[in-house]
Design a protein around this ligand. Sequence first.
Ligand code: VG1
Ligand code: CO
Length: 570
Amino acid sequence: MSFNIKEIPTNPFEGQKPGTSGLRKRVKVFQQEHYTENFIQAIFDSIDVKNSTLVIGGDGRYFSPETVQTILKIGSANGVGKFIVGKDSILSTPAASNIIRKYKATGGILLTASHNPGGPNADFGIKYNVSNGGPAPENVTNQIYEKTKTIKSYKVIEAIPVDLSKIGEHTYGPSKVAVIDSVTDYITLLESIFDFPLIKKFLDEHESDFPVLFDGLNGVTGPYARALFVNTFGLPESSIQNCVPLPDFGGFHPDPNLTYAHTLVDAVEKNNIPFGAASDGDGDRNMIYGKGAFVTPSDSVAIIAHWADAIPYFKKGGVKGLARSMPTSKAIDYVAKKKGFEYFEVPTGWKFFGNLMDAGRLSICGEESFGTGSDHIREKDGLWAVIAWLNIIASVNKDSPNKLIGINDLLNEFYSIYGRSFFSRYDYEEVPSEGANALVANLNEALKTGSLDNTVYTATSSSTSFTVSGLYDFEYKDPIDHSVSKNQGQVITFTDGSRVVFRLSGTGSHGATVRMYVERYVAADAGVAELSKPAAEGLQSLIEVALELSKLKEFLGREKPTVITVMNGE
Ligand code: VG1
Ligand code: CO
């Protein structure tokens, strides 16, 4: 059979450079004639596409169905042998990572801008994942970017669009398209990792004193959460909310933090729910939040690592190593040191964990940005983290028949063993690029001249002083492939072990976003009163000092951050 392949002339677009996690722009930008096509052709120009198997998934946001058809047309014309597509173009990011690995695909294209809002006036995104199921490493994304700069044409096949609502195998020009159920394989995966019967038994027995609430924020996790909480664990409908994926997320900003996940926070507070959780648009982030109990992501991954033995996957396979992204608090480092695990500090972005996992040196890792996961796949995994917490709580309570142990009990016990890393992040979104660059340049100057070294800063509100012990620009050499990633954030350390980090975001769809991360460690012997302070109190002085020494307000012309992660409501 012959198929009609057309070559369409085009011109390069500027700025098709994948960021921390794929190319993210306004929908309107992707809708320009040839824009999406160019980027997709550039992906196929950068991989070995002949007879490949390609997974297509995403969070179902606005412009996804059209883009799946575009990928099919261009992919088939470029020689893709088989496409595996989630029904209705839906596969959460962790589910897609699993599908790539399970069906030994060449790679996958994920249509998502993650936690960024969706809809005709909001964001869209395209991300390429490689055969290990993880985001493409920098050498691949750089190559894709280079191709976008010189592209002259793209190829399409003329074929009838595939009905993505019908599960089954379709013939599509010279290729095959398998439309698969989006949920089943993922639930099977989690079932092989966790002790489902134990969790179910615990939730059954504590129906009245340990109700659970999961909020999908109208993102992609809805159907997965329903399959788990309602169908598997037998919880009532009221245990899930906002669990139907909507193309515009119902107008929500699908980011699970205390500011944006207010539907969860409100319901937890109002109904005294001891265990609540939420996920982001594409299902890879998570927030654990119960009545009067908030777990920072940095603590969350450390606590999961501490309790790893309660999870069958780690009990059987062991813990090979731990890791965190650089700005994430050092809580997990203390667990690694105590338990004798190898541990790593990598740049921001999940792609940096993949090589360590593939080499068998990393089992559990996380980022302060509500990302937690393990080597069961190569993406962070929102529901995995939520079920990990439930598994741990169920297991701990098995040995405590008379007192229900909840989130705060686990936090306090953890602090009493390892000490506590007070942590917060301030985001200054959509600031002028000149101001953001000037802030960075000023710190670089201080780095060169040593002008900040040993300087003492005193917070006006408390008279607490901090002495600068060092300033460096974080650079990472991958221990496996030895590739070097430079300029990954500026770190200022203080003599008491506190730390402030400045970084420019790589996921915004336009303008610059500056992130300021602050961390202050209080040792375990400081006593309960000190360790259980609200984070806002524990960090107040350091934040004042960080703003002063960076001259942030001057450079950015902003009095207040757009989002304070962690501290609101605490
Ligand atoms: C942010 C987070 C980072 C995370 C990335 C992708 O990146 O800080 O930790 O890996 O988003 O997460 P940046 O460059 O804006 O700081 V997701 O859920 O948007 O895929
Ligand atoms: Co995400």
